[in-house]
Design a protein around this ligand. Structure first.
Ligand code: CTP
Length: 431
């Protein structure tokens, strides 16, 4: 509920985003159930997880567990599961999975699977995928201590390490077999962290709460019509995705868009500027960064009609200004004598670009304005690409044309850098 009214749920369609996809191989062992927690950790970072289970793993955990968690069909065999209705696509599925993944993680990996990988045996989906993929491979072993220390396992692991396979070492302690020693699966969090590191995703936003606004706002004229703008929400959603990957807790306050929000974000759907303002002001104090990527309507219709307006000659709409959410945040933060949260706005301009962005920066007491030339169709509204200039009180940093996700990463880099600079200049006021 926002503002006493239930925010409308807008139809959501999946759009192409630069989602990173992990294939998670689960092999047979008591620790197979812990892979469920690994799925959760990876999904919290906005990664898509395709689970592949060996036949032995299915003796320990049902595929349904992973299907429900990952939201994806679990691959359980090389040729589909039904003999009566063979899946023709499955004959080449290992190739399409091999080509689409950014990383193959096997956790837990058994001595048997390690041996198969080392020797190039490809007699099930997982071992075939290992041969077919050129993505980086990470394995997290779990087994009995004697199996772990056996020269055969050591030799096979050495072969894999030489090939560049990363091994997340098992821990020591009581093992499921009753013995004590090395062989216990590393902690799911540690395995997820190793995977993110392997993908080159720094966790430099861990512990931060990033509040992001996205999309347009719609200002009703009557129950069927509204005033709106051309914002697609793609830039704000890309920022949410990027911040999640880097370990942030993300609150996404979204106007009406056709986009699917990242499932790990806490998403709040609003329609009007007034509702967006309430949603942001209710939460601003918990955020360490607020990025206002939304194209907030500057006016709402004062003479809003509660019944559908009938066509009846010329008509006039009376427009009243909306409150400026970013400027309100700037004033609230100033009044509280705080430097947190960092406030980053967007300046959508068609002319006098730098001059207008600088004026907005100081008027709204923001820390940075991301200047967007919306007159260029290739990078403007609804485009998947963007080129921006990050304007601060001392700098204007050009981020050359790139996908919105890459631009989002650069904005986050600068936001962190700016906060560090501020903290170094006034260490006593950094809260
Ligand atoms: N913004 C806001 N509340 C508003 C209008 C804008 O918080 N009522 C925020 C936007 O989310 C953006 C920044 O202010 O981060 C600048 O928005 P923009 O539309 O470029 O500027 P305006 O201040 O609305 O000025 P103008 O439309 O006159 O250029």
């Amino acid at each position: 509920m926002v503002d006493g009214r239930v925010a409308r749920t807008w139809p959501r369609i999946k759009v192409t985003r630069e989602i990173m996809k992990i294939a998670l191989g689960v092999s047979g062992g008591i620790a197979a159930y812990k892979a469920a927690e690994i799925v959760r950790h990876l999904q919290e970072r906005g990664l898509q997880v395709q689970v592949i289970m060996t036949a032995a793993a299915q003796e320990f955990v049902r595929p349904l567990t992973f299907a429900a968690l990952s939201g994806e069909k679990v691959i359980t065999s090389m040729f589909g599961s039904s003999a009566e209705e063979p899946n023709l696509d499955s004959a080449v599925e290992h190739i399409s999975v091999a080509q689409s993944i950014d990383c193959l993680l096997v956790a837990p990996v058994t001595a048997d699977v390690i041996a198969k990988f080392a020797q190039g045996i490809a007699n099930d989906f997982l071992s075939t995928l290992y041969l077919a993929t050129s993505a980086p491979v990470i394995i997290a072993p779990a087994m009995n201590v004697n199996m772990w220390e056996h020269p055969a396992t050591r030799a096979n692991l050495e072969i894999l390490r030489r090939r560049g396979v990363q091994v997340v070492e098992p821990g020591s302690g009581y093992l499921a077999c009753g013995m004590v020693g090395a062989g216990r699966l590393a902690e799911p969090e540690q395995i997820a962290a190793a995977t993110l590191e392997c993908l080159g995703i720094a966790q430099d936003f861990a512990g931060e709460t990033v509040l992001i606004t996205a999309g347009p706002t719609h200002e009703p004229i009557d129950p069927v019509r509204y005033l709106g703008n051309r914002s697609s929400g793609k830039m704000g959603y890309a920022l949410a995705e990027a911040a999640l990957r880097r370990g942030a807790k993300v609150v996404l306050v979204s106007g009406p868009t056709a986009l699917q929000p990242p499932s790990a974000a806490h998403s709040i759907f609003v329609e009007t500027a007034h509702q967006m303002r309430s949603a942001v002001l209710d939460r601003w104090e918990q955020a360490s960064f607020i990025i206002m990527a939304a194209a907030v309507a500057d006016y709402h219709v004062k003479n809003f009609a509660s019944e559908k307006i009938k066509r009846n000659g010329p008509m006039e709409l009376q427009l009243e200004p909306n409150a400026d959410i970013l400027a309100d945040l700037g004033s609230l933060r100033h009044a509280a004598g705080r430097t947190s949260p960092m406030l980053i706005g967007f300046a959508a301009e068609t002319g006098n670009l730098l001059e207008n962005a600088r004026a907005k920066l100081s008027k709204k007491r923001a820390d940075a304005m991301v200047l967007n030339d919306v007159s260029r169709p290739e990078i403007g509204f609804n485009s998947d690409r963007n080129e921006v200039t990050i304007v601060t009180s001392s700098d204007a940093i050009l981020v050359p044309e790139a996908s919105k996700l890459k631009v989002a990463q650069r904005i986050l880099d600068e936001a962190l850098r700016l906060r560090q600079t501020r903290a170094a200049l006034s260490p006593s006021r950094s809260s």
